[in-house]
Structures are given as C-alpha cells and as structure tokens.
Design a protein around this ligand. Structure first.
Ligand code: SF4
Length: 274
C-alpha cells in the first residue's frame, strides 16, 4: 500500500537547503532528538518567543478581543508594534480576512503547504498576503528569493478556487512583508503568471531531487571544514549523529527561525501569553 504523500513546506525546503542530512534526520527518520540538544544549541529563544507571541496577539485581535486587553501584558515596544501591525491590517481594503491560515494543495504526488499570517481578499479579485516580521528589513533580496516568497503566492493561487475565490489571478496577488521595526516601509512583492510558472518548475525540481534520494547515505552532510562545521553543525540538533567537532567557542549562531519549522520546538514548551 502506498504511504501518505510527503508534505513539503517552506520549513522543510529550508532545512534541505541547510543540510541534506539534517533534512533526512528531521523529516525522514525516526531518530530521537536528544533532550540535551536544546541546551547544546544555544538558540535565540527570546527572539523566537517574541515572534510567536506577536502572532498569537494578532490572532486574538482578529478574533475580536479589544486591543487594550491584548497588549496589557506586553512590554511597551511590543505593544506599539502590535498596534501598528493592526493599523496596517485595518488599512487594507478587503472583504474577507483570514488569519494564521494554512493551505495545502496537491503538487504532483506530494502535498505543498503554506501558512499565511494574513490573507486579505477583495471582491475585485485581489488578494494581499501579509507576513508579519518582528524585526527589520535587513535583506530584501533574500526575502524576494526566499522559499516563502515562492510558496505562499503559489499555494494561495492554486487553492483560490477551493476557497471560492474564482476571480483571483496571479497578477491580482501581492505578497507583503511587514516589519515591526520599520512599519512604514513594508516590502510589497506583486505576483505574476510568469512567476507562478517559474515557481512551479523550481519547486518541482527541488522536490523531485529530494524524492530521488534513497536512504540516509544519499543525503549528504555539509562539508567537514571548520567554518561550515562552526556555523551550520554547531547549532544543529543532530550533531550527535554526525561526529562533527566544532572548533569555535562562544555564542552559537542561531538557526534562522523565520525559516525553520517551529512546531516541533514549541511542543517542547508550555508556551502561552499569560
Ligand atoms: S551535524 Fe552538520 S552534517 Fe550533521 S545533520 Fe547537522 S548540519 Fe548536517
């Protein structure tokens, strides 16, 4: 009997790009993640928690809670950011808002999933996809070329008919990266049919490449040179399986939590706003 189709998403593709072996260990094996990996990898927990808290607050506001009750427990700077993000949301002309909305579409024999922080759909067929960033816009080119910028509009367009959004076309979609530390200058990325076709071909190529790798040894480790081991292996939660020996001391360069899959991490914590 055929197994469940593998579900790709931004985090899984980012993990594959980071290290093919790590992708295998994380998503294709049942190797346990050792408890002490969390302490060995000196990650930027505060920043990750702050981002998670921001999204939870936006979700609460979308559910109708008054701003004052949501920002009550937040530090002043975070409360101000949240207010500005909500103002931005309110400035969007839309007939329908979907918050923290996950969409999955079939892609060849796989599934492709994307989670939108906010979808704002107007009856004229336009859709704005908003991604809330709690930092600043430090690298617009990187964001433009990111898996997130490919997958989000791709999945929204492919899923639009199922959502009853029959008038949506590629050119009606805009992806917006909004930055809490630069709220007046969101990065707006208009989508197009040409990009949609390019994205489809790019995704098919990388997903096909991953699918063609059979067995753990086919998933290569990153090169065993001191610089790579220090930057990529040192924060890796699977370093115990790889016999890699970082040479540097001091703080670990954290894995990029904008790209990495937080779900497994949050399961290890009893996190709430209260
Ligand atoms: S320790 Fe290094 S080589 Fe091994 S899985 Fe992690 S990143 Fe890849």
């Amino acid at each position: 009997m055929a197994g469940e189709p593998f579900e790709f998403n931004q985090a899984r593709l980012a993990a594959f790009r980071r290290c093919h072996r790590r992708f295998f260990l994380k998503y294709r094996s049942d190797r346990p993640l050792l408890e002490r990996a969390f302490t060995l990898a000196d990650r930027d927990w505060d920043a990750a928690r702050q981002g998670q808290r921001f999204h939870l607050c936006m979700e609460r506001l979308a559910r109708g809670l008054p701003m004052q009750s949501v920002v009550n427990a937040l530090p002043t700077e975070q409360a101000a950011s949240l207010t500005k993000a909500w103002d931005y949301r309110c400035s969007l002309r839309a007939d329908q808002f979907l918050t923290e909305y996950e969409l999955t579409v079939p892609f060849d024999h796989w599934l492709l999933t994307a989670r939108a922080d906010l979808l704002a759909r107007s009856s004229d067929g336009t859709v704005t996809i908003v991604d809330w960033k709690t930092g600043a816009n430090t690298n617009a080119d990187r964001l433009r070329r990111s898996d997130q910028a490919r997958i989000l509009p791709y999945v929204v367009l492919e899923a639009s008919a199922r959502l009853g959004w029959n008038t949506v076309t590629a050119s009606g979609i805009t992806l917006v990266f909004w930055f809490a530390q630069d709220p007046n200058h969101p990065l707006q990325l208009p989508y197009s049919q040409r990009q949609h076709e390019q994205n489809q071909s790019h995704l098919a190529s990388i997903m096909g490449m991953i699918d063609g790798l059979a067995g753990e040894e086919a998933f290569a480790r990153v090169p065993d040179d001191p610089a790579t081991v220090d930057t990529v292996c040192r924060p890796c939660e699977y370093i115990h399986y790889c016999e890699r020996n970082p040479t540097s001391a001091g703080p670990v360069q954290p894995i990029d939590y904008e790209e990495e899959d937080l779900e497994a991490v949050w399961e290890a914590f009893d996190f709430s706003l209260d």
